[in-house]
Design a protein. Structure first.
Length: 298
């Protein structure tokens, strides 16, 4: 823009010199100067038009940016921001649009996550009865009759290995016991037998877990009787959230007092745990019961 203004000033100066100096010169020289003057006028007009295009062209691009942004057409907005910078680097709007570009990038990420969440929920609803490896069962009373209290467990055994001072890499069977998100336990069956690991006094364990994305957690669990229960509600909820992510989940359990005793197993595909958990919640609080409770509150 500045370059064009300087060119206009130079041209105007030349035209003025020509007009002044044209007085008292021969006709041939006058005609020559007159031709040159016309050429300069033409050039002057061209530069004025170019100047207007620079001015209004930039404004048009900026308007296009904000229009596309308002319509959430982020790709078009980004293209126009780049166009302004390439064609009009001197425009003061470039700095302003640089900040807008950051907002666009943030909103694009939010929009991408929203669409991913919607697609995930669509797939879940389409597979609402699919619980994958998980199953909903009920505890039994003293007579072996099922109670109303349910829990989530794996349909078939999860296989692994265990080692201690007496054996190395022997067969291990694993079952989960999940009555709610804040009370998760694991039953370990050494030598793939029928009796879980039991203790007559509290035993502490370190539980290493790697989720489907490779993220690792180091948690604590305690065996009070025949199962390892995670140390508190917060810890159990962490395990619950890992299961919700699905995919391949690796476990390594180490006895605190006897580090040579280790248990390792992998859930190959924990997908659809969320559906199993939803069934557990609905089983504990069926719609009819919720309606009844709401009526009583009213």
């Amino acid at each position: 823009m500045k370059r064009l203004k300087k060119q206009l000033l130079v041209i105007c100066g030349i035209v003025l010199v020509i007009i002044i100096s044209s007085c008292g010169v021969p006709q041939a020289d006058y005609d020559k100067l007159n031709t040159e003057n016309e050429q300069l006028k033409t050039e002057n007009e061209r530069l004025i038009i170019e100047l207007d295009e620079c001015k209004y062209g930039a404004e048009k691009i900026v308007a296009g940016v904000y229009k596309a942004y308002a319509e959430k057409r982020y790709t078009i907005a980004r293209q126009n921001i780049k166009m302004l910078y390439d064609k009009h680097p001197e425009s003061p709007k470039n700095k302003e649009l640089k900040q807008l570009l950051k907002k666009i990038e943030k909103e694009e990420l939010a929009e991408k996550k929203r669409k991913e969440d919607e697609e995930k929920e669509r797939i879940r609803l389409a597979n609402i009865n699919n619980t994958g490896i998980w199953n909903l069962r009920h505890y039994v009373d003293d007579f072996g009759e099922p109670t109303k209290k349910g829990y989530i467990t794996n349909k078939s055994v999860i296989q692994g290995i265990f080692s201690n001072t007496a054996t190395q890499n022997s067969a291990l069977n694993v079952y989960f016991m999940i009555p709610n998100l804040s009370e998760i336990s694991i039953m370990l069956f050494e030598y793939a037998g029928n009796n879980p690991v039991k203790t007559f006094s509290d035993k502490s364990y370190q539980v290493l877990i790697q989720d489907k994305d490779g993220n690792r957690q180091k948690l604590r669990a305690v065996n009070f009787s025949d199962r390892l229960s995670f140390i508190d509600k917060t810890t159990s909820i962490k395990v619950h959230n890992i299961l919700l992510k699905g995919g391949t989940i690796k476990f390594k359990i180490i006895e605190a007092d006897t580090p040579t005793t280790e248990y390792e197993f992998t859930i190959q595909n924990a997908d659809w745990y969320q559906n199993a958990y939803s069934k557990l919640i609905n089983d504990a609080f069926p719609p009819e019961l919720i309606k009844q409770l709401l009526k009583e509150i009213e």
